[in-house]
Design a protein around this ligand. Structure first.
Ligand SMILES: Cc1ncc(COP(=O)(O)O)c(C=O)c1O
Length: 428
């Protein structure tokens, strides 16, 4: 008797393997490749010594050890959430009352990815609409797609998401009777993945105003992804979208300690309106009834005992140098051509390179193949876009991450990439 196949859920069938898994596997299988693909943090900067000191303190004292090695609560430790709120208020230079926040508006999550995923879980029914930047963070686009969300993109310029286009899109959707299906606007407010661009100051309050304006049949939420906020290498920090939501009604902000501190701890947090918080906690109970209590305790100590701040200074210095090496190598080696350009990120981990439209950087194209032969790997920009109304996707971009590549390999990697660019330019 033949054994029938498993009947997977619709959500499972809507979920494809993340494209980055293939690229990471490719880099692992070919260690000679210079990889600008994976957006991992720099392994050489991870805070092993600081975490060793913290762990010794946590585990040496038996009552503390017993507490941190036990389950915590679904929402997470209150004292840690208070420390996070204090940290956030320092960043914003505002008291919690100015944003109507208290520690109960914070939920500790397993990385910010879990917060983003559970938000999709509690907000999206198949056919619901989420508005996001084009290009955007492809992992979250994939997660939203698995819930059956319709993803509608608005363009970006040097100041990030063009929020007036959000207004126009919502207006068009309202005319078509589709406003009730629009659940959220997903916006990366700092050093966006994949472009490295930051949402301009005046656009921040405007985006929250737009969400307020179109909150007619239900509250339209802004999901602010601030994963890279603290990795700023130059310029002044900008107030978050959350800071323009004084009554704590419209903005949900997702943060992580993974990028600026230790990715292996997978510790993030989300700041949300009270009613959204309750729904998220209930759903998180289904997921794990609480993120790692031990990892929370480590991050809590790091935050309150100064390890976090001093480590952040070190990683910022390291990433700034790597960014500069990559940007000057691109300037030196890329052919000068008005159709070739790249972003100048003031923080985060990525630069976004645009090629002439005729040059196809997709994974199945000869450009990607030639880069592999030359020994260099990047993320094809096609993954970061949603199909337009004709079903087409721009295929002339590359995402380059400067964080993981050893500094001395960055210039040789860019030189190899530039050679492939030059040879393909000669063909078109
Ligand atoms: C824009 C963005 N948001 C969220 C995440 C999730 O990271 P984590 O779950 O480690 O906090 C990432 C990871 O690369 C990201 O790039």
């Amino acid at each position: 008797m033949s054994i029938p196949p498993v009947s997977f859920s619709n959500r499972s069938q809507r979920t494809a393997e993340a494209p980055i898994s293939y690229l990471i596997a490719l880099a692992k299988a070919n260690p000679q490749l210079i990889s600008f693909a994976a957006g991992l943090v720099d392994p050489m900067t991870l805070p092993a010594e600081e975490i060793l000191v913290i762990c010794q303190k946590l585990l040496k004292d038996p009552p503390t050890a017993r507490e941190v090695l036990q389950y915590g609560t679904t929402v997470g430790s209150r004292t840690y959430r208070q420390a996070i709120l204090d940290h956030l208020c320092r960043l914003e230079d505002k008291p919690p009352s100015a944003m109507s926040l208290n520690p109960d508006n914070i939920v500790l999550t397993t990385g910010s990815q879990q917060a983003l995923y559970i938000l999709a879980d509690i907000l999206i029914d198949p056919g619901d609409i989420v508005i996001l930047e084009g290009p955007s963070y492809f992992v979250y686009a994939g997660a939203l797609g698995s819930f059956g969300a319709r993803l509608m993109t608005v363009p970006m310029d040097q100041d990030g998401m063009v929020v007036e286009e959000v207004d126009k899109l919502l207006h068009r959707l309202e005319l078509r009777g589709l406003l009730p299906r629009v659940k959220a606007i997903y916006c990366q407010s700092y050093f966006q993945n994949p472009t490295g661009l930051t949402l301009g100051l005046s656009r921040r309050s405007r985006l929250v105003d737009i969400a307020r304006k179109y909150s007619k049949t239900h509250r339209l939420l802004v999901i602010e992804d601030a994963a890279y906020r603290e990795l700023r290498y130059e310029g002044q920090d900008l107030p978050s979208l959350k800071s323009f939501d004084p009554d704590n009604r419209f903005v949900i902000s997702c943060y992580t300690f993974d990028k600026p501190f230790a990715a292996g701890l997978k510790t993030g947090y989300v700041i949300l309106p009270t009613d959204v918080g309750s729904a998220l906690i209930e759903q998180k109970g289904n997921h794990d009834f609480g993120s790692s209590h031990f990892c929370q305790a480590i991050c809590h100590r790091a935050l309150t005992e100064g390890h976090y701040d001093s480590h952040l200074k070190t990683v910022i210095d390291g990433y700034r140098k790597k960014r500069d090496v990559m940007l000057s190598a691109m300037k030196k080696h890329f052919p000068s051509n008005p159709q070739i350009g790249w972003t100048y990120p003031q923080g985060g981990l990525y630069s976004w390179v645009s090629m002439p439209r005729s040059m196809n950087t997709s994974r199945t194209g000869s450009f990607f193949e030639d880069c592999l032969k030359a020994g260099v790997l990047y993320v094809p920009g096609e993954y970061c876009f949603q199909p337009d109304e004709e079903g087409s996707i721009p295929q002339n971009h590359l995402r380059l991450c400067y964080a993981v590549t050893p500094t001395e390999q960055i210039e040789p990697g860019i030189r190899k990439l530039a050679e492939v660019v030059r040879s393909h330019l000669n063909r078109v």
